[in-house]
Design a protein around this ligand. Structure first.
Ligand code: ROI
Length: 162
């Protein structure tokens, strides 16, 4: 089977965020046809967007998979729900777990429920710094080298956790 490398962004700011990220890592590894190839440090950052919510814990994970992008997305959405995510009407509100497909090989995907590379990737310190940690030579389709994205992205309070 032909495997692709996908990068997944993990984020949480409710209900013991570090534990949510660690549980999600295990759940992703338990998926059939998905194998972890790298996992970044955990990072803490103030919320981007509405400020009346707790700080986030974020990480980025690389996986090898032969699931299609849509099949992978459905699996990640199920893990979000299993970990108690409730979809609220408020845009950019607090969440127990957010799993985003950041990149899927070299693919550029533009579908109603899946945009890859992730639309906000280049502006999000909590994505580009962990991504550079695990893939320092990465080229992002349509956006350039990860090192250049990092150099243009202020830390915005991002801290690597011990
Ligand atoms: N802010 C931070 N720091 N980390 C996130 O994962 C995150 N996720 C979001 C919004 C609400 C945009 N803000 C965030 O979805």
């Amino acid at each position: 089977m032909n495997k692709s490398v996908a990068y997944i962004g993990l984020g949480s700011n409710l209900t013991t965020p570090e534990a949510q990220i660690k549980a999600a890592r295990l759940a992703i590894n338990a998926l059939d046809n998905v194998q972890e190839s790298a996992f970044s440090s955990l990072y803490r950052s103030p919320p981007m967007g509405p400020q009346d919510q707790p700080d986030y814990v974020n990480a980025v994970m690389a996986v090898k998979t032969d699931l299609s992008p849509m099949a992978l997305l459905r699996c990640l959405q199920k893990i979000e729900l299993d970990q108690g995510r409730v979809r609220k009407d408020e845009r950019w509100g607090a969440r127990t777990l957010d799993l985003d497909i950041l990149l899927y090989g070299e693919h550029i995907i533009d579908q109603p429920d899946l945009i890859v590379p992730h639309y906000g990737l280049a502006e999000r310190a909590f994505v580009v710094y962990p991504l550079q940690e695990i893939a320092p030579a990465l080229q992002i389709p349509g956006k350039g080298a990860i090192a250049d994205l990092v150099s243009r992205c202020p830390l915005a309070g991002l801290e690597r956790l011990a």
